[in-house]
Design a binder for this molecule. Sequence first.
Ligand code: T4K
Length: 379
Amino acid sequence: MKNLLPFDKPVFYTRPLLPDLDQYRSVLQRAWDAQWLTNMGSLHVEFENRVGQMLGVPAISVFNNGTIALITAVQSLRLAGEVITTPFTFPATPHVLSWNGIHPIFCDIDPVTMNLDPAKIEPLITPHTTGILAVHVFGTPCDVDSIQKIADTYGLKVVYDAAHAFGVEVSGRAIGTYGDVSMFSFHATKLFHSAEGGALTYRDPALKARVDLLKNFGIKNEEQVVMPGINGKMSELSAGLGLLVLDMVEEERRKRAEIAAVYRERLPRIPGISLLPTYPHVRQSYQYFVIRVDPKAFGKDRDTLYAELKKLNVITRKYFYPLCSDYSCYSQLPSAAPSHLPVANKVVREVLSIPYFGTLGTENAHRICDMIAHVRATT
Ligand code: T4K
């Protein structure tokens, strides 16, 4: 018998991993004993080493959040003028360019991966272009080889916003080693988190020295400030939490894989619902589970499904609606014109992030599939 009654409590599309509070207390004891709460304490050092190992990168700098990390990445590469980016992302991506005095140039996306379409990049390059800021949206890797080829041809830097791509590998190579710099977010909504946090990883490990100065006001020593830096330091409280969450990630991936298996088996059988593909050479991030709604075949549009699921206490999210190119601060840019971004404008009306976290369990995943089928059949 299908249970189509609303859930008793809201079922969000994501929930943070929470280690045992007593365990967290004992990790914090180290900070208390040392009376050291931030500015690269021992928890920060241990956390940075362990996250770097887990991400399989030769060098890493951890930050207080992903946005400050990305601002610092753009600074460290001295990007200026114009940078080509995607409109289908979280606001942080283009805002980071604006905060660096750079004009974002929006480029259309691939209809399947929803990432920057390399075939559309070249016509946007001008004498002012200094870089490409691409996003591995929902953890699906960009076409890294094509993007690098274009960058090499035109002498551009490549920054990857890998906020969703923790642990992703392409043919066994860590995602954080592509491009010049990659940014990871460790926000509470991420598979791996430290409440707030982020990191930069590099192709050239030598860049770490410059970034580490930039993230600490440019302070070289007590008497020398060598560049205009920012405060990007992660606190000991976040680093301590992150150390415990690191130990929980593999188990969480396993649980999410079980939920994904239910969704992947059941949802494509509902006419009008399709899923993002997985790729045999890619180790997934298990960050989001995104469905696409074809209004003709489903009989209702994405917004109706969103509203009907909400009535059943299933809280989904229209990531990343609206497009960044539609924000009032960017919509006047020539590259923001909808006619210039037809694929992004179609995709953004179809996507829906549905509940995806270990404690959801497969039974509730089945229940959500039943609900989606029910919405199609009834309302
Ligand atoms: N680039 C990309 C592509 C990104 O997606 C992001 C961040 C960034 C850059 C910037 O990285 P950070 O500076 O944030 O490190 C959330 C996150 O705040 C944001 O980190 C994330 N992307 C984005 C995709 O999602 P909101 O405003 O949508 O979050 P909010 O508050 O609506 O929470 C979402 C859901 O999560 C809620 O429905 C319930 C659940 N939740 C949330 C929190 C904070 C919990 O269960 N517990 C919690 O503590 O941005």
